[in-house]
Design a protein around this ligand. Structure first.
Ligand code: FAD
Ligand code: MLT
Ligand code: ZN
Length: 513
């Protein structure tokens, strides 16, 4: 029967109304009484606080309040460093009760301001949760605490001849939990796919302290037959800590390739990148494991700041951009032969796609060539303050996007040593992911206003994504509409409301709620 009451309920469930009914109470700041409670859960040395009784100077927690780029600054008074999932659960139960905002923090290498508070939320740093729980050398399933450093995990499985399915420049500091939370891409995505495929299961502490143990190590799981159940782990991959705290990760690690080679190619024109990619795929097929793009400015910057060994002057003369290509296969000689044939065919062509190619001849040279690409992030941070836009656009438009942005800044009178020093581009060609970096002398409202929404509109004009791999964090929460439909954003808000009804998980990140 149709009654006024059912009508009202239907209205509340409609998206618009739902938004209207989610106004929340403000979050609470951490107090000395909260610290006294945390002291019942954690040992004293796992609580860092400027509040009594420890009353540390704020300099002691500065590293947790500031992000890797020095762009985002929180004002947390308290950092907790639990060692067990149970402790995380107890902390969350209390924070849920008290409505204290919580920022999960891994290695704090994120590039979108997601890992530091927007105000004075509590920081829950996972660094003390760093044990490998199990490794099966037959299946390659690795189960580890979320706070394990990516590089340590690589070292742990190396003697078993396995590698992590992802690799990134921040490997020495970033944690597997942070990688999963950001759905990090990196340098091996072309070969091993995204974490949505390689993560087998997760252990997550929900905002109210409930532990969701989904740490399976099996590859096929259709729980909920006859139709598949909801694959809950996928919700937390890329959620950037807004739905819960990842405390354990089960991940499929591939067997280590028996041979790896890399080669850097200097190209006379950007237009050659796409045909080169096609040719490389054709010649190298299954052994092609990375195809990375570096524009001339990015290359010069890496060299300037000592990242890797520069190519000879004559080798780079006339080069507009570079490609770093890696192969991972079963037999070195076989792979080298394929690479040499590729090189010959590129050089012998009537209108050669490349000016030159340098093939690494030793493990040191291999590492040095990779450093030229991986080290760009560090070189940029040494040069100045970076506005980093991590975007997906059609490959053919990479150069246009960089040039158009540079031109826009020039027209706005901002392209000079005291404002914007350089506009550079590099990225993962195989994934259609361009890193557009604007290197400035300082972060200023004037530069930011010139760049946003300009860059987002430019990306939207190519039907691209404003966040290819780094996430939305605090930087792009307001701009999510450029890449997601209203329906999708509304559904995300509903999921957030369902899992985090009090809005305590990483507030102000991903979604503006
Ligand atoms: P943090 O920076 O601490 O956190 C990142 C986000 O995840 C935050 O929103 C945080 O709240 C959340 N989070 C962290 N841990 C957890 C957890 N256990 N549970 C729930 N939420 C959590 N990214 C790429 O995708 N590809 C690259 O190639 C790449 N290269 C990089 C190179 C350098 C030099 C640097 C500095 C960064 C790079 N990044 C790259 C960006 C960054 O996303 C990754 O470094 C990494 O995935 C972040 O891991 P982290 O442990 O440092 O997480
Ligand atoms: C990279 O590909 O080097 C990383 O995503 C970091 C960056 O964008 O600088
Ligand atoms: Zn990247």
């Amino acid at each position: 029967m149709w009654t006024a009451r059912t009508a009202a309920r239907r209205l509340v469930l409609s998206p618009r109304r739902w938004q209207h009914t989610t106004s929340r109470q403000p979050l609470s700041s951490v107090t000395p009484e909260d610290i006294a409670h945390f002291a019942k859960i954690l040992p004293r040395n796992a609580i860092l606080s400027t509040l009594p009784p420890s009353a540390l100077p704020s300099s002691e927690i500065e590293q947790y309040n500031n992000d890797w780029m020095g762009k985002y600054h929180g004002s947390a008074t308290t950092v907790l460093r639990p060692q067990t999932t149970q402790q995380v659960s107890e902390i969350m139960k209390w924070c849920y009760e008290r409505r204290i905002g919580v920022v999960p923090q891994g290695g704090n290498t994120g590039l979108v301001g997601g890992s530091v508070p927007v105000k004075d939320e509590l920081i829950l740093n996972l660094g003390n949760m760093s044990k490998v729980r199990s490794f099966d050398p037959v299946s390659g399933a690795l189960v580890a605490d979320a706070g394990c450093i990516l590089e340590s995990l690589s070292e742990y499985i190396a003697p078993h001849n396995h590698i992590m399915p992802l690799d990134l420049g921040a490997k020495g500091s970033c944690q597997i939990g942070g990688n999963v939370a950001t759905n990090a891409g990196g340098l091996r995505l072309l070969r091993y796919g995204s974490l949505h495929g390689t993560v087998l299961g997760l252990e997550v502490v929900l905002p109210d302290g409930t532990i969701l143990d989904n740490l399976t190590t099996i590859r096929k799981d259709n729980t909920g037959k006859p139709t598949s159940g909801y694959d809950l782990k996928q919700l937390f991959i890329g959620a950037e800590g807004t739905l819960g705290i990842i405390t354990g990760v089960s991940i499929l690690t591939p067997p280590a390739p028996q041979a790896t080679n890399n080669i850097i190619l200097a190209l006379p024109r950007f237009e050659n990148v796409l045909p080169l990619f096609k040719t490389a795929r054709l010649h190298l097929s299954e052994i092609l494991s990375a195809f990375e793009f570096i524009d001339r400015e990015a290359y010069e910057l890496a060299v300037k700041h000592g990242q890797g060994r520069a190519l000879g002057e004559d080798e780079v003369e006339g080069a507009q951009c570079f490609v770093l290509l890696e192969t991972s296969g079963g037999k070195k000689e076989h792979d080298e032969e394929k690479l040499t044939t590729l090189l010959e065919s590129l050089m012998d062509a009537e209108d050669p796609l490349i000016i030159t190619g340098v093939l690494s001849q030793s493990p040191t040279q291999f590492a040095s060539l990779w450093r030229l690409r991986e080290g760009i992030t560090e070189a940029v941070s040494k040069e100045g303050k970076a506005y980093k836009y991590d975007i997906s656009v059609p490959l053919a438009s990479f150069k246009d996007v960089v040039d158009t942005t540079r031109e826009h800044l020039r027209k706005n009178g901002l392209l000079h040593a005291d404002a914007v020093k350089q506009v550079i581009g590099y990225g993962h060609v195989g994934d259609g992911n361009l890193h557009l970096n604007i290197v400035a002398a300082a972060y200023t409202p004037e530069i930011e206003a010139a760049l946003e929404p300009f860059v987002y509109e430019l990306v939207a004009s190519y039907n691209g994504s404003i966040s290819a791999e780094h996430g939305l964090g605090a930087m792009k929460a307001h701009a999510i509409h450029y890449s997601k439909s209203d329906v999708a954003v509304d559904m995300m808000k509903r999921i957030k409301q369902l899992l985090d009804p009090r809005g305590i998980m990483n507030p102000g990140k991903v979604l503006e709620v």
